[in-house]
Design a protein around this ligand. Sequence first.
Ligand SMILES: *[C@@H]1O[C@H](CO)[C@@H](O)[C@H](O)[C@H]1NC(C)=O
Ligand SMILES: *[C@@H]1O[C@H](CO)[C@@H](O)[C@H](O)[C@H]1NC(C)=O
Ligand SMILES: *[C@@H]1O[C@H](CO)[C@@H](O)[C@H](O)[C@H]1NC(C)=O
Ligand SMILES: *[C@@H]1O[C@H](CO)[C@@H](O)[C@H](O)[C@H]1NC(C)=O
Ligand SMILES: *[C@@H]1O[C@H](CO)[C@@H](O)[C@H](O)[C@H]1NC(C)=O
Ligand SMILES: *[C@@H]1O[C@H](CO)[C@@H](O)[C@H](O)[C@H]1NC(C)=O
Ligand SMILES: *[C@@H]1O[C@H](CO)[C@@H](O)[C@H](O)[C@H]1NC(C)=O
Length: 530
Amino acid sequence: MLIFLTLSFVRSLQQYEILIGNPQIIEYYQTSGIIIEQNLTSSVDMNLTTSPCQVVPQQLINQNLLQQSLPIIPQYKAEQFSQFFNDGQFSGLIPRIISFVNVGNDVVILTNSAELIYLQFFNETFVVADKINLNINLTILQYPVFMEIIQNQLIIIMYSDTIGLTLGAKAENIFEKSFRIYESFNTNKIMSVAVVNNMLFIAMGVGGLHIFQLNGQVLGSIDFQYSINNATDLKVFHQFDVYFIYLLDYDLGVASFIYNPKSTLIYKNEELGTIPFSGDIIDIYNNTMMIAHFQDQQTIIQEIKLNYSDFSWKQVNKHVINYIIVDIEILDHVAITLGQNGNTVIFHSIPSAFQIKQQRFIMPSLIKLNFIKTQGSLYLIGVSLHNFYFSKLELKQSYLYCYFEHEQQVELSYSHISECTKKETGICTYNQDYIIQSIKPIITTEQKYLVYLILFFVASAFISIVVVLIKEFRKYHRFVDNLEMNVQKSNEISMETFESPTKNFKYNQTKTHSSQFSIISNISRLHQVQ
Ligand SMILES: *[C@@H]1O[C@H](CO)[C@@H](O)[C@H](O)[C@H]1NC(C)=O
Ligand SMILES: *[C@@H]1O[C@H](CO)[C@@H](O)[C@H](O)[C@H]1NC(C)=O
Ligand SMILES: *[C@@H]1O[C@H](CO)[C@@H](O)[C@H](O)[C@H]1NC(C)=O
Ligand SMILES: *[C@@H]1O[C@H](CO)[C@@H](O)[C@H](O)[C@H]1NC(C)=O
Ligand SMILES: *[C@@H]1O[C@H](CO)[C@@H](O)[C@H](O)[C@H]1NC(C)=O
Ligand SMILES: *[C@@H]1O[C@H](CO)[C@@H](O)[C@H](O)[C@H]1NC(C)=O
Ligand SMILES: *[C@@H]1O[C@H](CO)[C@@H](O)[C@H](O)[C@H]1NC(C)=O
């Protein structure tokens, strides 16, 4: 028992030696979930902000955001600007993107010149695959437009005009045929649209909730009897052959309704009752619900956990963002909020006693945001007025790195708490101590020059020696030649073996050893002959 207790208090200690001037990652903190809190303390009295070792927190990386953009509408030049004015009157038709919708992993973009552009996701990038022009009165595109995919048909809800397009199988020829839908909307009044299967749900503010079913090319309306004050947003899920509708009322909060397509009856989900957080925007992902409410140029986001087995709910956290958001998308671990001048990443499902710092990133003047998931990768996609953006999102691990400028030894204690792996539940802790010592490189930069200098001298000395040797060699050779000439003038064969001195010399230069042998053999031959 005593031994167990002592063991559990022993923290593991790791020792490192790091070269000065060489940044090095000491450890990656691999956790299956989010790191909720991290502490790095130094046992020696030291200011950690100027410490050579720092912890880099987990980050949701959006890689090369601006490089991964596709200009949809060429940027117009100042001199062309006048063409958008009639008699000094602004014609209101500066080309721009209005909206986009996901078609599987691909995207359809609508511009205010009624052009539909099909972008195909291919080889980790997007390419323009098809384009058509809608035959409509362009003035209606000055009002809000909603695009939805309902069972292989693109439905475009415009002010007083609703159009459908059948989508084909080939990306290069995706827009097959268009048809008119005889149900028209005042899109100024539409707050939010949701589509599941062939059902279309529209939150109309004080106009309440409208439900339609698309049969062929006809939108059939379904009666909704419950009274609603001000329907601002909604989310719909299809499960167990019924539709669960979560409707956000600006005054009352969230109510849930169930639509049974067989009986065509709608009834209120009394088990859930009403979640009394009113607001402007709602999102639900798995059992996480977020309700955003605008207040004094801020957005207050309530984070709620739903339990679908008994439809109980619990408010677990509250997040404050310092600007008004346009949309919120919940993903695993994080929620991304879309604002006019930037986007914020909030970490969710964290015990409320903790708060992880929000992370911000900028996607310039984004007007709409969405996601695609392919082969385990998550891509954030969005449009600004003229560009289409996409970016891979991934949670990068936290790590400890050190960079020393001079000789030093630091003793560090690191600890973090994080979500546990799937097997265990709750909060897990991790502790690690380090002794990190900086060491001088074996050769410093100044020393390097000295070494070069020495090498240079050694090399020149070597070359001089070789040159001298060669000279001596030649002398010797000539001497031997002369000797032979004097001693053996009559023997022709031996004369042949002694080739011309120049030729022999050439040989010497390249293969010193063998040439030495040849000379030795020549000398021995000399003796033989003698
Ligand atoms: C640590 O150093 C930073 C920058 O030099 C300084 O702003 C901060 O006040 C210091 N903190 C402490 C606790 O000394
Ligand atoms: C995918 O893109 C990469 C880099 O852009 C390129 O090298 C590769 O050939 C492309 N593959 C296909 C199948 O187009
Ligand atoms: C487009 O609609 C506007 C407003 O309804 C109308 O004034 C205009 O004449 C229409 N333009 C065409 C070309 O039909
Ligand atoms: C309905 O909700 C919107 C916010 O989405 C608000 O601006 C508007 O004033 C509300 N209308 C009424 C009548 O409460
Ligand atoms: C929802 O949560 C459950 C259990 O935590 C998980 O098995 C499931 O994959 C999640 N669904 C989604 C869409 O993430
Ligand atoms: C959800 O509710 C059921 C029934 O009350 C309960 O057994 C279960 O533990 C709850 N789940 C969570 C995650 O609270
Ligand atoms: C980090 O330090 C604070 C203050 O010393 C402490 O309350 C907290 O428990 C520490 N967290 C971890 C994960 O060690």
